[in-house]
Design a protein around this ligand. Structure first.
Ligand code: MG
Length: 257
């Protein structure tokens, strides 16, 4: 009996050792030198950053620098916008409609600064409302969300009616605020109406991460749920929304990705 048990133990030990050897087996590094895992080309492109982080780096397209709006922007009909330049800022004029970039963009990094009126009027969605539309479809909400409750996925920094911001990083009305947006354009399936890869958005609000690579279900809609079936679209203009409030913008630059 003892002999049988001992034989069994020997067999188990052999099996265990064989298994262990199998697990720890890995390619030998004996013949690998450090330079074999070092990639030099293509060299990473050099970009000269601005002096302040909010300044346009050398490869950005400056969309508004405080003076000429007509160079890069137009109204929805392709005419010069009625939005005003006041103190170096571009101010929405109620009833004049959206403004859009003449250029079209896909995936991008966007820096944009905005300010809601210091004189507080209205509440909820009626206070300092505007918005940044990516690729003509997807709104990053601009709103005075300082002591101003509204539905959570409609406040400043929301992907309107789809994603609430992670936190409310709003400054007081009348103070300049900034969005740094990283946008990845969608990839459409062969049917041209569904996303193979949905659009994705990351947003920093005044330097605070508020949207972390969230996926969108479809273009922004006010009424109803976002469509899962979307007409295929390519690069699009950047829109700034006229929601009837004199929201101001400045220092707008974009890097195509
Ligand atoms: Mg809006």
């Amino acid at each position: 009996m003892k002999r049988i048990i001992a034989s069994g133990l020997v067999l188990l030990s052999v099996a265990y050792i064989a298994k262990a050897q199998q697990i720890v087996q890995k390619p030998s590094n004996d013949k690998i030198t450090p330079d074999m895992t070092e990639v030099w080309d293509p060299e990473v492109r050099i970009v000269q950053p601005g002096i302040k982080d909010s300044d346009a780096p050398s490869d950005a397209i400056v969309l508004f620098n405080g003076t000429d709006v007509n160079k890069e922007w137009e109204d929805s009909k392709g005419e010069p916008t009625k939005w005003l330049i006041q103190d170096g800022a571009l101010v929405c004029v109620k009833g004049s409609g959206i403004i859009k970039t003449k250029r079209k963009f896909g995936s991008c990094q966007l820096h944009i600064e905005w300010k809601t009126p210091s004189e507080v009027q209205g509440d909820s969605q009626g206070r300092g409302n505007s918005g940044v539309f990516l690729q003509e479809q997807y709104e990053v909400q601009v709103l005075d969300s300082y002591n101003n409750r509204t539905y959570r996925h409609g406040q400043a920094g929301s992907l309107y009616k789809q994603h609430a911001p992670l936190v409310n990083a709003s400054r007081k009305p009348g103070e300049w605020q900034a969005y740094d947006i990283i946008y990845t354009a969608p990839v459409f399936g062969s049917d041209s109406i569904t996303y193979l890869v949905p659009p994705k958005v990351t947003v920093f609000h005044n330097g605070v991460l508020i949207q972390n690579n969230v996926s969108l279900r479809g273009p922004t809609v006010y009424i109803g749920v976002p469509e899962y079936f979307v007409k295929k679209h390519g690069p699009g203009s950047l829109f700034l929304q006229d929601h009837g409030n004199p929201v101001a913008y400045r220092n707008i630059w974009i890097r195509e990705l």
